[in-house]
Design a binder for this molecule. Structure first.
Ligand code: ZN
Length: 67
């Protein structure tokens, strides 16, 4: 008989559910911004010419084909 006892490793989650939720939210906002700047072409950003021009300038700044 051996006296060696098996030790179960205690594990704590490295990534908490709150961190996953926060990261998912940040990624969703970043994807929305990328869509607005790169692909919107005025479909969603019609809330005024300021927003449209801001997205248009961002498109030119990032080198996304525009016109
Ligand atoms: Zn343009």
């Amino acid at each position: 008989m051996s006296d060696v006892q098996s030790v179960q490793p205690t594990s704590t989650p490295v990534v908490s559910p709150q961190l996953i939720a926060a990261a998912t939210g940040v990624v969703a906002v970043m994807l929305l911004l990328a869509y607005l700047v790169a692909f919107d072409q005025g479909a969603l950003s019609q809330g005024g010419m300021y927003l449209h021009e801001l997205m248009h300038d961002g498109r030119h700044l990032l080198g996304v084909p525009c016109h």
